[in-house]
Design a protein around this ligand. Sequence first.
Ligand SMILES: [Zn+2]
Length: 724
Amino acid sequence: LFSGVLRTPTRSEGLPMGRVPNVLAAASLVAAAACVTQKPVPTPAPVAAEKAPPVPAGPARVEKTLAEVGLDASALDRSANPCTDFYQFACGGWLERTEIPADKSRWGRSFAEIDKRNEAELRRILDAAAAGSAADPVTQKLGTYYGACMDEATIEAAGVKPVEPLLKLAREVKDKSTLMKAVVELHRHRVWALFDISAEQDFKDATQVVAYLDQNGLGLPDRDYYVNDDPKTKEIRTKYFEHVQRMFKLAGVPAKQAENAAASVMNLETALARASKTRVERRDPAGLYNKRTRAELAKEFPTVPWDAYFAALGRPDLTQAVLTSPAFFAAVDKELRSGKPEDWRWYLQWTVLRSAASGLPKAFVDEAFAMSSALSGQQQLEDRWKRCVDSTDGALGELLAQPWLETMFAGSSREATQTYVAQISKAFGAGLERLDWMDAPTREKAAAKLKSMVYKIGFPAKWKAYDFPVDRKSHAANVLASRAYEMQRDLAKIGKPVDREEWLMSPPTVNAYYNPLKNEMVFPAGILQPPFFNVNADVPVNLGGMGMVVGHELTHGFDDEGSKFAADGNLQDWWDPKVAEAFQARTQCVADQYSKYVAVPASSANGQELPAVTLDGKLTLGENIADIGGVKLAFSAYRQLRRDAKEAVVAEGFTEDQQFFLAVGQAWCTKAREQVARMLAKVDPHSPPKFRVNGSLANTPEFGEAFRCEPGSPMRPTNACAVW
Ligand SMILES: [Zn+2]
């Protein structure tokens, strides 16, 4: 469900769950509410076998319970009107009885259930690896890494010593050359001061990997936190200012100095934030692609010592780089010219401390958690073992995946997913034929893109190596070693052909992604589990769960971003201008629809009034297009797969069509704390789960028919959007 262009998704970044289920949506939809309550039509009680009448034409009827087909009867709220708020109908019971665990900021029925199971199994593997004296190097490495992470006594005793070499470089900054020396050493460990560098496929030459230089260097989750002036944002900024001071004090900086230090940090980060692109601006791939030769870099940004920078990274040979924002680098250049060395010293030390905090003693971990808690509303820090499972997955993901797959991945889910992908791809192809807004030449190119789309299921064909040392006595050193190794792995790709086997997520990850640069969909084993996919569930339910995810990823190839890349992964205008215009009008319909949804309702706490937050229809456009397409494709695939069925299954009164839509709804039942909902509304390209369900089903005519909704009711609007 991740669809970043430049970013490598991490476990938390790519989290597919949206946010808060809450509040009724779209003013226009509510205004149109003339829906008569239409409960699913009850079916007659099962007839005893001997009295069964002869079956007339059409399939025979088979009665099952909701549990038997793979749905959760207790999650339903039968008092809700499915034509007004289907999410409430499918999830209301679950929402009512579910409490978000104290150590979580949100909790989803499917994702959380799978995550919990995964975590427990990963813990079992890692505990055994850390305790035993295994002979095989994979288990040994896992055990050493995890063991060091769990060893709190040793971590306490070490203090900030493991990051002292980086802090020292930061303290020694006195001019441009010492500044760049420190910056590059931080970058070698993927500690992103000022900006970041990564290796990505060349947007305009899918055979080549080039260096990308991107905006970065902020401690808060988005530029908006530095530039917006509403009371809530100001409050977070104040908290952040105090947090920076406390972190410095923990690192031994005297109180008086810590205040000045925090002011330096705020000044520099604010300057970077002001120059940063917004998340909506970053959805334009053409705008992110600004290639420069080394000579051009030197000329345009003369204060940055590029030669020294690339040399220190071990790639003095690089001849070019792509800038995601020349304006941002102009600002960096200006700051380098005018910034005071003292400000730089504090900013760089701060960047080291915040990046390393989770590997440092408890006081740092707690302080970092207090800040993130202010942003997310999470009440309690996760247990250490959970954080160490995450850390091991991050550092040694494809090693940890190997024993996990042995116990957790059944081959049957791989085959089933293959069937779904084939069927869904066919459905997209058939849909293309029927699109009235597309001309023949563009249609042909779209069909070619579909045909060349690659899919990967379960786990990679070859495993990554992790050739860095791990030390049982220093967790922080292991984290830094892992980061330095990944940096080298990344930089080594530049100038080489694209590696088509590489995965951007580890196999246990409960997520999926589409990568427009490789025109590929990837489904890690983590998501091919109940309730998304259940070998014992019926076809409509599996298609509503896993099938919708498959259709969603496929549609990303044709969303507002993906549609700008051609079949071979090159950024290219392959659309006839007239067709592009028609596409644009259709996506605008989606943007307008979702912009009316209220992501977080107004609230008041501690005498502070917080305004409602509406969804950003532009930020979430790609994901919404993918959701709408995903439901449509999965529905059509399910119908195909059941075309020749000899019987029609009715589950506690729900028809197969209704079961499909219930599965879609129940896959997304989610609760989130208000704080995290407010944060996600700014930064998450996914809509909150409620609108992932209601928004996409309101655009699916078959939904309104299945639940017999009145035309014009919220879930069957007369102005529905259709893109694909
Ligand atoms: Zn997605």
